[in-house]
Design a protein around this ligand. Structure first.
Ligand code: AMP
Ligand code: MN
Ligand code: MN
Length: 319
């Protein structure tokens, strides 16, 4: 476990730490940041947790979720800036707005994406971990730092959601050992599954109905598309798409599932999932996106409809 020594040596003397994670945050972005943040606070450090998109409704249940703040235009002073679960600097959401956040240089880039570009001054990239929350747990265990119930809960949510409830490729004996350590430390698997999977809003359900009616199947490829109008009609939020792309893979014989979101500003968001045949991270990287072999995404700022066709053609060829 020597891999963690340098990180532990960097964190130990720091008195103030800023934690950042990716835009359109998921359970791992929030869970890894909150888990590490609460642990560093317990060690007596001043911790700020920033996310470009703030806190989404789905994850309000997380203990001390109020610590997650929307990233300000100027970051406060801190001894260390750490990015978590974020494969590219752009996905921190610091530079793509009209008011770019200034004075940011990421000291430590802690992540598990194979496609991580290595943008930090120091990197801690472990693609064998199915969640960044797992990296944080192993860090805490190695350093013998506190693992109270609230910390275990945040990390369990990261592990649960990023492994697709412990079934995505990469889930192994070590993952179940991590889950066991978190449950032993107080994480409640039943309550947390309820929060993560039986807690969607009526507007999200409406949006999912639209997505269901739009599914198209072409051999091993399944794809569905939603437009900005669909979101308006359903009164849905950007975060209400969670779970849509996964439904394409529930059909037997489907190897690859794609979900396209055509934006009002002409942009396009693509979510890709695959069973085993195709590495969707490699596919996404060719369009400037990234992710994991079984789950990846792409963002296009313009020409949404045309780029949707380009991606579809590429997917058809890949199969
Ligand atoms: P999503 O389909 O948004 O749930 O994302 C699936 C995976 O792909 C996650 O691990 C994301 O971090 C990654 N991902 C999604 N969109 C992008 C993007 N535009 N660039 C790089 N990675 C992405
Ligand atoms: Mn994530
Ligand atoms: Mn992750």
């Amino acid at each position: 476990m020597h891999a963690y020594d340098e990180l532990i040596r960097a964190l130990t003397p720091a008195r103030s730490v800023i934690l950042l994670s990716h835009l359109r945050p998921d359970g791992d972005a929030y869970g890894s940041a909150l888990g590490l943040g609460l642990c560093l606070r317990a060690l007596g450090k001043a911790v700020r947790i920033f996310n470009r998109d703030g806190l989404s409704q789905t994850y309000r249940f997380l203990p001390h979720a109020e610590l997650i703040e929307r990233t300000p235009a100027r970051l406060p002073e801190a001894d260390l800036i750490i990015a978590l679960d974020t494969s590219t600097e752009e996905r921190l959401g610091l530079v793509d707005s009209l008011k770019p956040v200034v004075n940011v240089s990421v000291d430590w880039n802690i992540d598990h994406h194979v496609s991580n570009t290595g943008y930090g001054r120091r990197q801690f990239i472990t693609p064998s971990q199915p969640a960044t929350a797992g990296i944080i747990l192993d860090l805490i265990t190695t350093a013998n730092w506190p693992l109270m119930t609230d910390i275990a809960t945040a990390l369990y949510v990261g592990l649960l959601t990023d492994t697709g409830s412990f079934h995505h490729r990469g889930t192994n004996a070590h993952t179940f050992d991590q889950a066991a350590r978190l449950v032993a430390a107080g994480a409640d698997p039943t309550a947390l599954a309820r929060h993560c999977y039986q807690n969607i809003s009526p507007t999200s359900f409406k949006l999912q109905q639209r997505a269901w009616t739009n599914w198209q199947f072409e051999g091993a490829l399944a794809h569905t598309t939603l437009t900005a109008q669909d979101f308006t009609d359903c009164g849905a939020l950007p975060e209400d798409t969670e779970g849509i792309v996964e439904t394409g893979l529930t059909v037997s014989g489907t190897e690859l599932s794609a979900f396209f979101e055509l934006k009002a500003d002409g942009g396009l968001k693509v979510s890709l999932r695959s069973k085993d045949a195709i590495n969707v991270s490699d596919l996404a990287v060719t369009f400037g996106g990234g992710g994991h072999p079984g789950a990846a995404g792409i963002g296009f700022k313009q020409d949404g409809a045309a780029n949707r066709q380009l991606v579809l053609d590429k997917l058809r060829k890949a199969l």
